[in-house]
Design a protein around this ligand. Structure first.
Ligand code: SF4
Length: 252
């Protein structure tokens, strides 16, 4: 039995994978994205200590409903791969009791190759964040050397594990046509790519920082509306290909 730290277990989520899901938010993240809307999940050592067995029991409370509605469990955070052993143990424990639940993750991809592969190879679906197409963007806006992220994305594209790229759209930071197009090119060409989602950043993030006694100072002009239109980033040929992929995801 393994122990880890969790800051929330949310039931009946609808945006975190196929069908309704239980999303487990693991505590701690090595990144410091200036727009982070889960600052309560960043600090290692905070949250609640739980065993993998306790997390599995929470998820399995709704197992009948989740199975009936073709849903499952999604690991999120924080950065769930920062507790890779714990994440793998949760998946294994749930699967041993109820193999019909699907398993997904939302990850920045910032992890060692070993941790990334250990967890991702157990999953049915991956939401892989792609915040920037280059190291400079990551360094400036998230505070990390993103070399492992790009290495892990390379591996993911060949892994056969179905994935969607999730791009948080930050105004004036990564929402230019050039940046979005470069992000698309980074993940394109993988047969297991099921879609690219451009998501507007959460404009209410600031309120959470005040509650934590922190100052929200994201470093960009929050009055601007981010350009999240994925199509604006793409040429016509790419648009039709992406639409076909999005349709095949919807048909799954
Ligand atoms: S990777 Fe996610 S949890 Fe971590 S700082 Fe960035 S937005 Fe927040």
């Amino acid at each position: 039995m393994l122990k880890g730290r969790v800051f929330e277990i949310r039931e009946f989520t609808l945006q975190d994978g196929p069908g309704p899901r239980t999303t487990v938010f693991l505590q701690g993240c090595p990144l410091r994205c200036t727009w982070c809307h889960n600052p309560e999940g960043q600090e290692f050592g905070a949250g609640r200590e739980m065993t993998d067995e306790e997390v599995a029991a929470e998820v399995l409370k709704n197992a009948d409903f989740l199975v009936m509605s073709k849903g499952g469990v999604t690991l999120s955070g924080g950065e769930p791969l920062a507790q890779a052993g714990f994440a793998a143990a949760i998946i294994d424990r749930i699967r041993a009791k109820e193999p019909r639940l699907t398993h997904a993750i939302e990850t920045s991809g910032f992890a060692s190759a070993e941790d990334y592969r250990t967890v991702v190879s157990r999953l049915d679906f991956v939401y892989q964040d792609v915040k920037f197409p280059d190291l400079d963007g990551y360094r400036r806006w998230t505070g990390v050397d993103a070399t492992p992220i790009f290495e892990n994305i390379k591996w993911l594209k060949k892994s056969g594990v179905p994935f969607a790229a999730r791009v948080p759209c930050i105004p004036g930071v990564n929402d230019s046509r050039e940046t979005k197009s470069a992000i698309v090119q980074l993940v394109d060409g993988a047969s297991n790519l099921r879609g690219i989602e451009f998501l507007p950043y959460n404009r209410l993030a600031g309120a959470k920082y005040a509650k934590l006694g922190r100052v929200y100072s994201p470093g960009f002009d929050e009055s601007l509306v981010p350009d999240c239109s994925s199509m604006a980033a793409l040429g016509d040929a790419e648009v039709s290909r992406l639409k076909a992929r999005e349709k095949s995801l919807a048909d799954r």
